[in-house]
Design a protein around this ligand. Structure first.
Ligand code: SF4
Ligand code: SF4
Ligand code: SF4
Length: 171
């Protein structure tokens, strides 16, 4: 995916997918659902307290919840996972990218730059529009999917999706 292409798509959240898989912890393996026992060790190991166990068809499984904070990609969750459902080796392979919805305050003429201010990689910038509005533009090449922007967004306008379709393993 080119930067130009991804910017155009993410500007309007065109990659939104209602059937997006749950956001598993960083390092989730291809056989995550087979390997994970639902023991909760990763949840207890996360220093940011952003992992929660959620019911699935196979029982409780961990998901990332950005309500409390962002992920530092420290790898503590993968380190704690004895069954090997999470692996440190694939921690950098975090596929999620932020998407800003139309409920963004700035997009609706209310002054706000909370996401831009919270984004260390500087993946968000704003393009001025008419009537005092400004459109958030996401550079998906820079976005790490850390979730810091979602934590600070007062409108809850930021969600996360996997841009490409290799999502079955995380379902
Ligand atoms: S990588 Fe670290 S901060 Fe991120 S979910 Fe795992 S333990 Fe938590
Ligand atoms: S530590 Fe591993 S096996 Fe246990 S709940 Fe977390 S991902 Fe599943
Ligand atoms: S998820 Fe992280 S890197 Fe991506 S836009 Fe939000 S704050 Fe920036």
């Amino acid at each position: 995916m080119t930067t130009q292409h991804s910017r155009r798509n993410f500007l309007r959240g065109q990659l939104s997918r209602p059937d997006a898989p749950p956001m598993r912890p960083p390092g989730a393996q291809a056989r995550f659902m087979d390997l994970c026992t639902g023991c909760g060790d990763c949840v207890r190991a996360c220093p940011e307290a952003i992992l929660v166990l959620r019911e699935s068809r196979s029982g409780p499984r961990p998901v990332v919840d950005f309500a409390q904070g962002g992920c530092t990609f420290c790898g503590a969750c993968a380190e704690a996972c004895e069954p090997g459902a999470l692996s440190l080796e694939t921690v950098p392979d975090w596929p999620w990218k932020a998407v800003v919805s139309d409920s963004c305050l700035s997009l609706n003429g209310v002054s706000c730059r909370a996401c831009e201010d919270s984004c260390d990689p500087r993946a968000i910038r704003f393009r001025l529009m008419t009537a005092g509005r400004a459109a958030p533009i996401l550079d998906t090449d820079c976005c790490t999917g850390c979730g810091d922007c979602a934590v600070t967004c007062p409108a809850g306008a930021i969600s996360f999706e996997i841009p490409e379709t290799q999502t079955e393993r995380l379902a």
